[in-house]
Design a protein. Structure first.
Length: 113
């Protein structure tokens, strides 16, 4: 088991209760998004829309909202590929989850992050 169910459930609830939650995209995520759709405009920051727990396999996944009027594509990203502002009230909890998850994934055989 990668995620602690109780801590993850608490974090999901806390994130969902935030009026606005914003994040920056990691350079790796931006590169993947540009590779998938070279014509897409990929801003540096986004607002987190829906938050979904996809189990141990995918962890916490966020729907990214770039605030574009004609946004036809839906972008989902693992929380481990997002960078949150240190002033965010949940910053410590989110980064603790990210570090824990990345550490556990690295321990799994064959996984390189």
């Amino acid at each position: 088991m990668i995620d602690n169910r109780e801590k993850t459930a608490w974090l999901l609830t806390a994130m969902a209760e935030m009026p606005v939650l914003t994040a920056r995209l990691s350079p790796e995520l931006k590169a993947i998004m540009r590779e998938k759709d070279p014509k897409a405009i990929v801003p540096d920051t986004c607002t987190i829309g829906d938050i979904i727990y996809t189990g141990d396999e995918g962890g916490i996944t966020c729907k990214l909202d770039f605030g574009l009027e004609n946004e036809s594509a839906i972008f989902l990203a693992s929380i481990t590929n997002l960078i949150f502002d240190r002033r965010c009230p949940l910053y410590r909890q989110i980064t603790a989850y990210q570090k824990h998850r990345i550490k556990k994934l690295k321990k799994q055989s064959g996984y390189k992050y």
